[in-house]
Design a protein around this ligand. Structure first.
Ligand SMILES: [Zn+2]
Length: 244
């Protein structure tokens, strides 16, 4: 599998940035995981919308889903002009209901709801979903193919479920929105860098890739918090590709 980071900011992209969005590819499979602001534009550097097999949304906070609300227009047009034969498959939580309903838009998407523990096979990639602790219904995911494991925390505060999700993963993409500096002033519903490292250690993850950065927080603060906490760690970079 190959992961391309399309956007790694949250909850706001800042100048020239994009919020959460990750393209997961394998052979002829193209799956978009999360679809925050700026993601759909960047996705088109790599493929056409027609080439997407599915979109998986961890939750319906706007920094993970807002571009779906413009993609629905384009899907409506593509279906009308018959440049696509069928709606896009979308996997997502069923709440908050008002956001979910807005995606039920003129047949643009085929909506499939996800829940704790369910397993899905999306073109040979085996997904398992784990509920996280967040203000809205949210799922992290573990994705397996040919003995390789990719794990994504989605948004969460500290929970044992994420340790299970990341167990023995080859690549663990984990949100670490809160630096110690941010934590000293506020308590966002997110993991800190140190917590992400703690989870990666307990899960025996091979590599930890951090994401969901606050745009106005210096990257140096994220790096400083990570020092000595985990042996194989990287701050994710937009447009960078990671082999799994
Ligand atoms: Zn969120």
């Amino acid at each position: 599998m190959k992961l391309t980071v399309l956007g790694n900011y949250g909850p706001f992209p800042g100048k020239d940035g994009a919020c959460s969005g990750f393209l997961l590819q394998d052979d002829n499979t193209n799956i978009l995981i999360d679809c925050g602001s700026g993601v759909i534009s960047r996705l088109q550097r790599y493929l056409r919308i027609e080439d997407l097999d599915a979109i998986v949304l961890s939750h319906l906070h706007s920094d993970h889903s807002s571009d779906m609300y413009v993609l629905r227009y384009e899907m409506q047009i593509k279906l009308m002009l018959r440049s696509m034969a069928k709606p896009l498959e979308v996997y997502l939580p069923e709440t908050p209901e008002n956001y979910y309903k807005e995606l039920d838009f003129h047949g643009a998407f085929n909506l499939n709801t996800i829940s704790e523990g369910i397993q899905l096979d999306i073109k040979g990639l085996k997904f398992t979903f784990y509920k996280t602790v967040h203000p809205v219904e949210c799922y992290g995911m573990r994705i397996e193919k040919d003995g390789k494991i990719f794990a994504y925390s989605a948004d969460t505060t500290y929970t044992e479920n994420i340790i299970k999700l990341a167990e023995n993963s080859d690549l663990f993409l984990c949100e670490a929105n809160a630096t110690e500096n941010i934590r000293s002033k506020s308590k966002p519903p997110h993991l800190s860098v140190k917590e992400a490292c703690d989870i990666a250690r307990k899960a025996n993850a091979k590599k930890l890739l951090l994401t969901h950065f606050y745009y106005d927080e210096p990257k140096e603060n994220y790096k400083k918090d990570a020092e000595g906490e985990f042996n194989n760690i990287e701050l994710s970079e937009e447009f960078k590709q990671y082999e799994i």
